[in-house]
Design a protein around this ligand. Structure first.
Ligand code: MN
Ligand code: MN
Length: 305
């Protein structure tokens, strides 16, 4: 990693940290999720960042991959366990970070345990530490607070314009895990904790997609080709929501049919909303880490949160 790349990772992280801080000062029970998502996305752009993915706002047993879609009537409830996962990129260098908010003290033990589990994990990271060992730290810390981690959700390495760059950083002792932290690497560390059994399953709802860039578009209809090219120019293979491309609910659901057609034929990927299978609440915290010249930087915390 050269210095220019390092600076871009740091800038993306600083923007993400500021947006987290700004949104924490605004979210109140009764706020619509769509207004929170728009605030986050507008703020990222206003601070000079680009959107690495749509703002995810996953509530209670919904663990990940929900971004608001019409009719946009969902609001933050007093009892909600609200996970906000946001992504910033600067010239393709990504900051991926998440936090959990609740206004009900009953949720505090779960949220505090998740925060501390991430802190413990971040303190352990050094070049050469195996991902397997980090998974052990995460699992043991979560257990010490009486919670399970979600075993089929993981951290990941980050690449240029790539949110999941190939390496998996487990949230438990996963014997199949290979690899270790190395100098020059960028990683997202993201424990998910739950009082439930600790597994998620895909639901049949999809609100987030990504394109699979391919050359041959001959098999596509005129409408499909137009949407594919419009989104590809802006997003490459980065995830998107059709909220960004539709004027209103009617257009949103029409474009959704078009993208579903693209997905069926391998031109797009669907990211289904994921739900904890025992129906229990889920909390998540996530930070991005860059190792540069032997030093571990938590880019998404720099001085703000
Ligand atoms: Mn994330
Ligand atoms: Mn992530």
């Amino acid at each position: 990693m050269d210095e220019e790349v390092f600076e871009k990772y740091m800038k993306a992280g600083e923007i993400a940290a500021r947006v987290k801080n700004d949104v924490l000062n605004r979210v109140r029970p009764g706020m619509r999720l769509i207004d929170i998502a728009r605030f986050v996305e507008d703020r990222i752009r206003a601070l000079g960042g680009q959107l690495a993915f749509p703002c995810n706002l996953s509530v209670d047993s919904t663990a990940a991959h929900y971004t608001p879609e019409p009719p946009d009537t969902d609001v933050v409830e007093e009892s909600s366990v609200l996970k906000m996962d946001l992504g910033v990129h600067v010239d393709g260098y990504i900051a991926d970070t998440a936090l959990t908010i609740s206004f009900d003290p009953q949720n505090e033990p779960l949220i505090e345990a998740t925060r501390r589990t991430l802190d413990e994990a971040l303190r352990s990271i050094r070049p050469g530490l195996s991902f397997y060992k980090l998974g052990g730290v995460i699992e043991d810390t979560a257990r010490s607070y009486g919670f399970n981690t979600i075993k089929n959700l993981s951290g990941h390495s980050l690449g240029h314009y790539q949110i999941h760059a190939g390496e998996v950083i487990p949230n438990h002792r996963d014997r199949l895990t290979r690899g270790s932290f190395r100098d020059g690497g960028a990683y997202a560390i993201e424990p998910f904790l739950t009082p439930g059994i600790g597994l998620v399953a895909d639901s049949d709802r999809v609100t987030i997609y990504a394109l699979r860039p391919r050359g041959k578009l001959r098999r596509l209809s005129e409408e499909e080709r137009r949407l594919f090219e419009r989104i590809l120019g802006e997003r490459r293979a980065l995830p998107f929501t059709l909220r960004w491309y539709a004027e209103g609910p009617e257009e949103y659901y029409r474009l959704k049919e078009v993208v579903e057609g693209l997905a069926r034929r391998g031109y797009a990927i669907e990211y289904p909303v994921m739900i904890e299978v025992s129906g229990e609440r889920v909390a998540q915290f996530e930070e991005t880490v860059v190792i540069y010249r032997g030093v571990v930087y938590v880019t998404t915390r720099s001085g703000y949160s």
